[in-house]
Write a protein that binds this ligand. Sequence first.
Ligand SMILES: Nc1nc2c(ncn2[C@@H]2O[C@H](COP(=O)(O)OP(=O)(O)OP(=O)(O)O)[C@@H](O)[C@H]2O)c(=O)[nH]1
Ligand SMILES: [Mg+2]
Length: 441
Amino acid sequence: MFGSLTKKFQELSYALSKEKVLTEKNISDAVRDVRLALLDADVGYTVVSEFIKKVKAKAIGSEGVKGVSAGDQFIKIVHEELVSLMGSDEAHLDVKKPFSKILICGLQGSGKTTHAAKLAKMFKEKFGKKPLLVALDLQRPAAILQLETLGKSIDVPVFSLPNEKNPVVVAKEALKEIEYDLFIFDTAGRLHVDDELMDELNRVKKIVSPNEVIFIANSASGQDAVKIAKEFDEKIGITGSILTMLDGTTRAGAALSIREITKKPLLFEGVGEKLDDFRVFNPVSMADRILGMGDIINLVKKAEEQFSEEENAELEKKLRKSTFTFDDYLKQMKAIQKMGSIKGLLKMMPGMPELPDLDDSEKEFSKIEAMILSMTKEERVGKAELVPARRRRIAKGSGTTIDDVNRLVKGFKELLKFAKLLPGLKKKFSRGEAEGLFNSR
Ligand SMILES: Nc1nc2c(ncn2[C@@H]2O[C@H](COP(=O)(O)OP(=O)(O)OP(=O)(O)O)[C@@H](O)[C@H]2O)c(=O)[nH]1
Ligand SMILES: [Mg+2]
Protein backbone atom coordinates (compact mmCIF):
# COMPACT_ATOMS: atom_id res chain seq x y z
CA MET A 1 0.00 0.00 0.00
CA PHE A 2 2.73 2.45 0.97
CA GLY A 3 5.49 0.66 -0.89
CA SER A 4 8.10 3.35 -1.32
CA LEU A 5 7.50 5.09 2.00
CA THR A 6 7.76 1.79 3.86
CA LYS A 7 10.92 0.92 1.97
CA LYS A 8 12.50 4.23 2.88
CA PHE A 9 11.71 3.79 6.57
CA GLN A 10 13.20 0.33 6.46
CA GLU A 11 16.38 1.64 4.88
CA LEU A 12 16.54 4.33 7.50
CA SER A 13 16.10 1.82 10.31
CA TYR A 14 18.84 -0.33 8.81
CA ALA A 15 21.24 2.59 8.52
CA LEU A 16 20.59 3.58 12.12
CA SER A 17 20.81 0.01 13.41
CA LYS A 18 24.58 0.29 13.38
CA GLU A 19 24.43 3.17 15.84
CA LYS A 20 24.29 2.38 19.52
CA VAL A 21 22.71 5.56 20.76
CA LEU A 22 20.81 8.47 19.33
CA THR A 23 23.04 11.51 19.04
CA GLU A 24 22.41 15.01 17.71
CA LYS A 25 24.26 14.04 14.56
CA ASN A 26 22.47 10.77 13.77
CA ILE A 27 19.12 12.27 14.78
CA SER A 28 19.54 15.13 12.37
CA ASP A 29 20.55 12.75 9.57
CA ALA A 30 17.58 10.50 10.30
CA VAL A 31 15.19 13.41 10.55
CA ARG A 32 16.38 14.70 7.17
CA ASP A 33 15.64 11.28 5.65
CA VAL A 34 12.19 11.17 7.24
CA ARG A 35 11.44 14.62 5.85
CA LEU A 36 12.43 13.58 2.34
CA ALA A 37 10.53 10.30 2.57
CA LEU A 38 7.34 12.05 3.67
CA LEU A 39 7.61 14.83 1.09
CA ASP A 40 8.23 12.19 -1.54
CA ALA A 41 5.13 10.33 -0.39
CA ASP A 42 3.22 13.54 -1.08
CA VAL A 43 2.54 14.56 2.51
CA GLY A 44 1.96 18.31 2.63
CA TYR A 45 4.87 20.59 3.43
CA THR A 46 3.44 22.16 6.58
CA VAL A 47 2.32 18.79 7.92
CA VAL A 48 5.81 17.42 7.34
CA SER A 49 7.50 20.37 9.09
CA GLU A 50 5.30 20.04 12.15
CA PHE A 51 5.82 16.29 12.21
CA ILE A 52 9.58 16.55 11.93
CA LYS A 53 9.74 19.10 14.71
CA LYS A 54 7.94 16.73 17.07
CA VAL A 55 10.00 13.68 16.11
CA LYS A 56 13.23 15.59 16.57
CA ALA A 57 12.31 16.95 19.99
CA LYS A 58 11.26 13.51 21.16
CA ALA A 59 14.39 11.82 19.80
CA ILE A 60 16.72 14.35 21.40
CA GLY A 61 14.95 14.03 24.73
CA SER A 62 14.90 10.24 24.69
CA GLU A 63 17.16 8.04 26.76
CA GLY A 64 18.93 4.99 25.38
CA VAL A 65 17.32 1.64 26.04
CA LYS A 66 19.54 -1.35 26.62
CA GLY A 67 19.33 -3.99 23.90
CA VAL A 68 17.61 -1.62 21.50
CA SER A 69 19.46 -0.05 18.61
CA ALA A 70 19.23 3.66 18.00
CA GLY A 71 17.42 2.81 14.76
CA ASP A 72 14.65 0.87 16.45
CA GLN A 73 14.27 3.52 19.07
CA PHE A 74 14.00 6.21 16.44
CA ILE A 75 11.48 4.21 14.43
CA LYS A 76 9.37 3.82 17.54
CA ILE A 77 9.30 7.59 17.96
CA VAL A 78 8.30 8.03 14.31
CA HIS A 79 5.58 5.42 14.85
CA GLU A 80 4.16 7.24 17.87
CA GLU A 81 4.07 10.51 15.98
CA LEU A 82 2.47 8.90 12.92
CA VAL A 83 -0.26 7.48 15.15
CA SER A 84 -0.86 10.83 16.71
CA LEU A 85 -0.86 12.52 13.29
CA MET A 86 -3.59 10.16 12.12
CA GLY A 87 -5.76 10.69 15.15
CA SER A 88 -4.53 8.23 17.82
CA ASP A 89 -7.73 6.22 18.25
CA GLU A 90 -10.41 4.69 16.10
CA ALA A 91 -13.21 7.16 15.54
CA HIS A 92 -16.87 6.29 15.96
CA LEU A 93 -19.79 7.36 13.86
CA ASP A 94 -22.70 9.07 15.53
CA VAL A 95 -25.45 6.77 14.25
CA LYS A 96 -26.76 5.22 17.45
CA LYS A 97 -29.98 7.20 17.42
CA PRO A 98 -32.97 5.52 15.78
CA PHE A 99 -33.20 8.07 12.98
CA SER A 100 -29.60 8.68 11.96
CA LYS A 101 -28.47 10.27 8.75
CA ILE A 102 -25.19 10.15 6.88
CA LEU A 103 -24.48 12.52 4.03
CA ILE A 104 -21.80 11.36 1.63
CA CYS A 105 -19.86 13.95 -0.36
CA GLY A 106 -16.77 14.25 -2.52
CA LEU A 107 -15.51 14.78 -6.04
CA GLN A 108 -16.45 12.72 -9.07
CA GLY A 109 -15.23 9.16 -9.11
CA SER A 110 -13.84 9.28 -5.59
CA GLY A 111 -15.88 6.25 -4.53
CA LYS A 112 -18.97 7.90 -3.01
CA THR A 113 -21.57 5.47 -4.32
CA THR A 114 -19.47 2.40 -3.58
CA HIS A 115 -18.74 3.58 -0.05
CA ALA A 116 -22.35 4.53 0.64
CA ALA A 117 -23.13 0.89 -0.10
CA LYS A 118 -20.17 -0.36 1.96
CA LEU A 119 -21.42 1.63 4.94
CA ALA A 120 -24.96 0.29 4.48
CA LYS A 121 -23.65 -3.27 4.37
CA MET A 122 -21.52 -2.83 7.47
CA PHE A 123 -24.24 -1.20 9.56
CA LYS A 124 -26.79 -3.77 8.47
CA GLU A 125 -24.62 -6.81 9.09
CA LYS A 126 -22.54 -5.76 12.06
CA PHE A 127 -24.85 -3.43 13.93
CA GLY A 128 -28.27 -4.76 12.98
CA LYS A 129 -29.32 -1.42 11.48
CA LYS A 130 -32.09 -1.02 8.95
CA PRO A 131 -30.49 1.28 6.38
CA LEU A 132 -32.01 3.05 3.41
CA LEU A 133 -29.77 4.22 0.59
CA VAL A 134 -30.98 7.47 -0.97
CA ALA A 135 -30.00 8.34 -4.54
CA LEU A 136 -29.33 12.07 -4.70
CA ASP A 137 -26.98 11.97 -7.68
CA LEU A 138 -29.27 13.25 -10.39
CA GLN A 139 -26.44 14.42 -12.63
CA ARG A 140 -25.16 11.19 -14.04
CA PRO A 141 -27.83 9.17 -15.91
CA ALA A 142 -26.63 5.78 -14.69
CA ALA A 143 -26.08 6.87 -11.09
CA ILE A 144 -29.44 5.68 -9.76
CA LEU A 145 -29.07 2.35 -11.49
CA GLN A 146 -25.58 1.90 -10.04
CA LEU A 147 -26.85 2.47 -6.50
CA GLU A 148 -29.83 0.18 -7.09
CA THR A 149 -27.56 -2.62 -8.28
CA LEU A 150 -25.32 -2.23 -5.24
CA GLY A 151 -28.34 -2.06 -2.92
CA LYS A 152 -29.78 -5.23 -4.38
CA SER A 153 -26.50 -7.08 -3.86
CA ILE A 154 -26.63 -6.40 -0.13
CA ASP A 155 -30.38 -6.49 0.22
CA VAL A 156 -30.67 -2.85 1.21
CA PRO A 157 -33.50 -0.82 -0.39
CA VAL A 158 -32.71 2.27 -2.45
CA PHE A 159 -34.93 5.34 -2.50
CA SER A 160 -35.07 7.31 -5.74
CA LEU A 161 -37.39 9.57 -7.71
CA PRO A 162 -36.26 9.01 -11.31
CA ASN A 163 -38.07 12.01 -12.78
CA GLU A 164 -37.18 14.51 -10.10
CA LYS A 165 -34.37 16.99 -10.89
CA ASN A 166 -33.99 18.54 -7.47
CA PRO A 167 -32.06 16.47 -4.89
CA VAL A 168 -33.60 18.47 -2.04
CA VAL A 169 -37.03 17.19 -2.98
CA VAL A 170 -35.76 13.61 -3.16
CA ALA A 171 -34.10 13.94 0.26
CA LYS A 172 -37.28 15.33 1.78
CA GLU A 173 -39.39 12.50 0.39
CA ALA A 174 -36.89 9.86 1.48
CA LEU A 175 -37.07 11.03 5.09
CA LYS A 176 -40.75 10.10 5.13
CA GLU A 177 -39.75 6.43 5.02
CA ILE A 178 -39.87 6.13 8.77
CA GLU A 179 -39.49 2.36 8.96
CA TYR A 180 -35.72 2.79 8.40
CA ASP A 181 -33.34 3.82 11.13
CA LEU A 182 -30.29 4.85 9.11
CA PHE A 183 -30.39 7.01 5.98
CA ILE A 184 -27.36 7.15 3.74
CA PHE A 185 -27.45 9.88 1.11
CA ASP A 186 -25.31 9.37 -1.97
CA THR A 187 -24.72 12.69 -3.71
CA ALA A 188 -23.40 13.87 -7.05
CA GLY A 189 -19.77 14.70 -7.63
CA ARG A 190 -18.06 17.21 -9.89
CA LEU A 191 -14.66 17.24 -11.47
CA HIS A 192 -13.76 20.29 -9.42
CA VAL A 193 -15.14 22.01 -6.38
CA ASP A 194 -17.59 24.62 -7.68
CA ASP A 195 -20.20 26.88 -6.15
CA GLU A 196 -23.07 25.02 -7.76
CA LEU A 197 -22.03 21.72 -6.18
CA MET A 198 -21.47 23.31 -2.78
CA ASP A 199 -24.81 25.12 -2.97
CA GLU A 200 -26.62 21.95 -3.81
CA LEU A 201 -24.92 20.09 -0.96
CA ASN A 202 -25.71 22.83 1.51
CA ARG A 203 -29.36 22.82 0.52
CA VAL A 204 -29.51 19.06 0.95
CA LYS A 205 -27.69 19.33 4.25
CA LYS A 206 -30.20 21.84 5.55
CA ILE A 207 -33.14 19.54 4.81
CA VAL A 208 -31.47 16.33 5.96
CA SER A 209 -29.73 17.74 9.04
CA PRO A 210 -27.26 14.84 9.05
CA ASN A 211 -25.49 13.34 12.08
CA GLU A 212 -22.47 12.74 9.91
CA VAL A 213 -21.15 14.45 6.77
CA ILE A 214 -18.53 12.14 5.37
CA PHE A 215 -15.99 13.29 2.85
CA ILE A 216 -14.86 10.57 0.46
CA ALA A 217 -11.16 11.10 -0.17
CA ASN A 218 -9.55 9.42 -3.10
CA SER A 219 -6.13 8.74 -1.67
CA ALA A 220 -4.67 8.25 -5.13
CA SER A 221 -5.05 11.98 -5.73
CA GLY A 222 -2.38 12.90 -3.17
CA GLN A 223 -2.18 16.53 -2.13
CA ASP A 224 -5.29 17.35 -4.18
CA ALA A 225 -7.39 15.18 -1.89
CA VAL A 226 -6.17 17.20 1.07
CA LYS A 227 -6.94 20.52 -0.60
CA ILE A 228 -10.40 19.32 -1.58
CA ALA A 229 -11.11 17.92 1.90
CA LYS A 230 -10.28 21.34 3.30
CA GLU A 231 -12.64 23.07 0.87
CA PHE A 232 -15.50 20.69 1.60
CA ASP A 233 -14.92 21.18 5.30
CA GLU A 234 -14.89 24.95 5.03
CA LYS A 235 -17.93 25.18 2.75
CA ILE A 236 -20.12 22.36 4.06
CA GLY A 237 -18.62 21.22 7.33
CA ILE A 238 -17.56 17.59 7.31
CA THR A 239 -17.47 15.34 10.36
CA GLY A 240 -14.92 12.86 9.04
CA SER A 241 -13.33 11.27 5.99
CA ILE A 242 -13.14 7.88 4.36
CA LEU A 243 -9.92 7.15 2.50
CA THR A 244 -10.64 5.20 -0.66
CA MET A 245 -8.48 3.50 -3.29
CA LEU A 246 -5.92 2.59 -0.65
CA ASP A 247 -5.43 -0.69 -2.48
CA GLY A 248 -3.96 1.04 -5.50
CA THR A 249 -0.44 2.29 -5.83
CA THR A 250 -0.62 5.46 -3.89
CA ARG A 251 1.89 7.75 -2.34
CA ALA A 252 -0.03 7.72 0.92
CA GLY A 253 0.38 11.42 1.52
CA ALA A 254 -3.33 12.08 1.68
CA ALA A 255 -3.80 9.45 4.33
CA LEU A 256 -1.26 11.20 6.49
CA SER A 257 -2.37 14.79 6.02
CA ILE A 258 -6.16 14.91 5.80
CA ARG A 259 -6.80 14.56 9.49
CA GLU A 260 -4.12 17.07 10.40
CA ILE A 261 -5.49 19.63 7.94
CA THR A 262 -9.23 19.19 8.60
CA LYS A 263 -8.93 18.13 12.26
CA LYS A 264 -11.74 15.69 11.49
CA PRO A 265 -11.19 11.96 12.03
CA LEU A 266 -10.31 9.40 9.42
CA LEU A 267 -13.20 6.95 9.76
CA PHE A 268 -12.78 4.06 7.36
CA GLU A 269 -10.54 2.85 4.61
CA GLY A 270 -11.64 1.51 1.27
CA VAL A 271 -9.29 -1.08 -0.11
CA GLY A 272 -11.06 -2.37 -3.20
CA GLU A 273 -14.14 -2.32 -5.38
CA LYS A 274 -15.96 -5.10 -3.56
CA LEU A 275 -18.30 -4.14 -0.75
CA ASP A 276 -16.29 -6.14 1.76
CA ASP A 277 -13.10 -4.26 0.91
CA PHE A 278 -13.73 -1.91 3.76
CA ARG A 279 -12.49 -1.52 7.32
CA VAL A 280 -12.46 0.83 10.23
CA PHE A 281 -9.50 3.17 10.07
CA ASN A 282 -7.10 2.41 12.87
CA PRO A 283 -4.17 4.84 13.27
CA VAL A 284 -1.94 2.30 15.04
CA SER A 285 -2.44 -0.38 12.46
CA MET A 286 -1.97 2.17 9.69
CA ALA A 287 1.32 3.37 11.22
CA ASP A 288 2.42 -0.27 11.51
CA ARG A 289 1.72 -0.76 7.84
CA ILE A 290 3.39 2.46 6.76
CA LEU A 291 6.55 1.62 8.67
CA GLY A 292 6.20 -2.08 7.91
CA MET A 293 7.73 -2.79 11.31
CA GLY A 294 5.08 -3.74 13.83
CA ASP A 295 7.45 -6.18 15.51
CA ILE A 296 10.12 -3.61 16.20
CA ILE A 297 7.67 -1.34 17.94
CA ASN A 298 6.61 -4.10 20.33
CA LEU A 299 10.19 -5.08 20.94
CA VAL A 300 11.18 -1.57 21.94
CA LYS A 301 8.18 -1.28 24.23
CA LYS A 302 9.12 -4.49 25.99
CA ALA A 303 12.78 -3.59 26.27
CA GLU A 304 11.85 -0.27 27.83
CA GLU A 305 9.87 -2.08 30.51
CA GLN A 306 12.74 -4.41 31.30
CA PHE A 307 15.36 -1.73 31.12
CA SER A 308 15.67 -0.67 34.74
CA GLU A 309 15.59 -4.17 36.16
CA GLU A 310 18.27 -5.51 33.87
CA GLU A 311 20.42 -2.46 34.17
CA ASN A 312 20.39 -2.59 37.92
CA ALA A 313 21.49 -6.21 37.87
CA GLU A 314 24.33 -5.28 35.54
CA LEU A 315 25.47 -2.43 37.77
CA GLU A 316 25.46 -4.75 40.74
CA LYS A 317 27.65 -7.20 38.94
CA LYS A 318 30.09 -4.44 38.09
CA LEU A 319 30.15 -3.27 41.70
CA ARG A 320 31.01 -6.75 42.90
CA LYS A 321 33.76 -7.08 40.34
CA SER A 322 35.08 -3.58 41.05
CA THR A 323 34.69 -2.54 37.44
CA PHE A 324 32.21 0.07 38.57
CA THR A 325 33.02 3.49 37.09
CA PHE A 326 31.84 7.04 37.57
CA ASP A 327 29.64 6.50 34.52
CA ASP A 328 27.98 3.60 36.28
CA TYR A 329 27.69 5.68 39.41
CA LEU A 330 25.78 8.26 37.42
CA LYS A 331 23.47 5.60 35.99
CA GLN A 332 22.81 4.23 39.45
CA MET A 333 21.97 7.71 40.68
CA LYS A 334 19.59 8.18 37.79
CA ALA A 335 17.82 4.97 38.78
CA ILE A 336 17.54 6.24 42.32
CA GLN A 337 16.29 9.57 41.07
CA LYS A 338 13.54 7.81 39.14
CA MET A 339 12.43 6.31 42.43
CA GLY A 340 12.02 9.85 43.66
CA SER A 341 8.78 10.08 41.74
CA ILE A 342 7.54 7.01 43.57
CA LYS A 343 8.44 8.74 46.78
CA GLY A 344 6.30 11.67 45.72
CA LEU A 345 3.37 9.31 45.36
CA LEU A 346 4.02 7.63 48.68
CA LYS A 347 4.03 11.01 50.35
CA MET A 348 0.42 11.51 49.40
CA MET A 349 -0.71 8.28 51.03
CA PRO A 350 -2.20 8.61 54.47
CA GLY A 351 -0.16 7.24 57.34
CA MET A 352 3.21 7.40 55.55
CA PRO A 353 6.19 8.39 57.73
CA GLU A 354 8.07 11.62 56.98
CA LEU A 355 10.39 11.13 54.01
CA PRO A 356 13.61 13.06 53.40
CA ASP A 357 13.20 16.22 51.39
CA LEU A 358 13.11 15.45 47.71
CA ASP A 359 14.33 18.80 46.52
CA ASP A 360 17.61 18.49 48.37
CA SER A 361 18.49 15.12 46.94
CA GLU A 362 17.56 16.34 43.48
CA LYS A 363 19.83 19.33 43.81
CA GLU A 364 22.58 17.06 45.06
CA PHE A 365 22.01 14.78 42.12
CA SER A 366 22.36 17.50 39.52
CA LYS A 367 25.58 18.60 41.14
CA ILE A 368 27.00 15.08 40.99
CA GLU A 369 25.85 14.71 37.41
CA ALA A 370 27.53 17.98 36.41
CA MET A 371 30.77 16.95 38.09
CA ILE A 372 30.91 13.52 36.46
CA LEU A 373 30.09 15.00 33.09
CA SER A 374 32.96 17.48 33.53
CA MET A 375 35.46 14.63 33.86
CA THR A 376 37.38 13.28 30.91
CA LYS A 377 36.41 9.88 29.60
CA GLU A 378 39.52 8.34 31.16
CA GLU A 379 38.70 9.85 34.53
CA ARG A 380 35.17 8.60 34.39
CA VAL A 381 36.21 5.01 33.86
CA GLY A 382 39.00 5.22 36.47
CA LYS A 383 41.89 5.17 34.03
CA ALA A 384 43.20 8.61 34.98
CA GLU A 385 44.07 9.92 38.43
CA LEU A 386 42.02 12.80 39.74
CA VAL A 387 44.91 15.03 40.78
CA PRO A 388 44.16 18.32 42.61
CA ALA A 389 44.60 20.41 39.45
CA ARG A 390 42.06 18.25 37.65
CA ARG A 391 39.65 18.40 40.58
CA ARG A 392 39.83 22.19 40.47
CA ARG A 393 39.16 22.11 36.74
CA ILE A 394 36.15 19.78 37.25
CA ALA A 395 34.75 22.05 39.96
CA LYS A 396 35.05 25.00 37.61
CA GLY A 397 33.54 23.10 34.70
CA SER A 398 30.54 21.97 36.72
CA GLY A 399 29.91 25.13 38.69
CA THR A 400 30.70 23.41 41.98
CA THR A 401 33.52 23.74 44.54
CA ILE A 402 36.64 21.70 45.05
CA ASP A 403 35.06 20.43 48.28
CA ASP A 404 32.12 19.07 46.31
CA VAL A 405 34.48 17.23 43.98
CA ASN A 406 36.50 15.86 46.91
CA ARG A 407 33.31 14.63 48.54
CA LEU A 408 32.21 12.97 45.33
CA VAL A 409 35.53 11.14 44.90
CA LYS A 410 35.56 10.10 48.53
CA GLY A 411 31.96 8.93 48.40
CA PHE A 412 32.66 6.97 45.27
CA LYS A 413 35.67 5.23 46.84
CA GLU A 414 33.59 4.44 49.90
CA LEU A 415 30.93 2.93 47.74
CA LEU A 416 33.46 0.62 46.13
CA LYS A 417 34.79 -0.40 49.55
CA PHE A 418 31.28 -0.88 50.81
CA ALA A 419 30.50 -3.09 47.83
CA LYS A 420 33.48 -5.32 48.48
CA LEU A 421 32.67 -5.66 52.15
CA LEU A 422 29.19 -6.89 51.60
CA PRO A 423 28.73 -10.21 49.87
CA GLY A 424 24.96 -10.18 49.81
CA LEU A 425 24.92 -6.92 47.97
CA LYS A 426 21.51 -7.25 46.46
CA LYS A 427 19.86 -7.25 49.85
CA LYS A 428 22.06 -4.66 51.46
CA PHE A 429 22.23 -2.19 48.62
CA SER A 430 18.61 -1.45 49.10
CA ARG A 431 17.09 1.84 48.21
CA GLY A 432 17.33 3.27 51.71
CA GLU A 433 21.01 2.57 52.07
CA ALA A 434 21.86 3.88 48.65
CA GLU A 435 20.13 7.13 49.43
CA GLY A 436 21.78 7.35 52.84
CA LEU A 437 25.05 7.03 51.07
CA PHE A 438 24.65 10.05 48.98
CA ASN A 439 22.95 12.19 51.56
CA SER A 440 25.81 11.72 54.03
CA ARG A 441 28.28 13.57 51.86
N1 LIG B 1 -9.67 -0.15 -6.33
C1 LIG B 1 -10.69 0.49 -5.77
N2 LIG B 1 -11.70 0.89 -6.52
C2 LIG B 1 -12.71 1.54 -5.94
C3 LIG B 1 -12.73 1.80 -4.55
N3 LIG B 1 -13.87 2.48 -4.27
C4 LIG B 1 -14.52 2.61 -5.44
N4 LIG B 1 -13.84 2.05 -6.45
C5 LIG B 1 -14.18 2.03 -7.89
O1 LIG B 1 -14.01 3.34 -8.38
C6 LIG B 1 -14.99 3.66 -9.35
C7 LIG B 1 -15.77 4.90 -8.92
O2 LIG B 1 -16.48 4.61 -7.75
P1 LIG B 1 -17.89 5.23 -7.42
O3 LIG B 1 -18.33 4.68 -6.14
O4 LIG B 1 -18.80 5.10 -8.56
O5 LIG B 1 -17.45 6.73 -7.26
P2 LIG B 1 -18.38 8.01 -7.12
O6 LIG B 1 -17.67 8.98 -6.28
O7 LIG B 1 -19.72 7.63 -6.71
O8 LIG B 1 -18.39 8.54 -8.61
P3 LIG B 1 -19.41 9.61 -9.25
O9 LIG B 1 -20.76 9.21 -8.79
O10 LIG B 1 -19.22 9.48 -10.73
O11 LIG B 1 -19.01 10.95 -8.76
C8 LIG B 1 -15.86 2.43 -9.45
O12 LIG B 1 -15.43 1.68 -10.54
C9 LIG B 1 -15.61 1.69 -8.17
O13 LIG B 1 -15.80 0.30 -8.30
C10 LIG B 1 -11.61 1.37 -3.75
O14 LIG B 1 -11.51 1.56 -2.54
N5 LIG B 1 -10.63 0.71 -4.42
MG1 LIG C 1 -21.59 8.00 -7.52
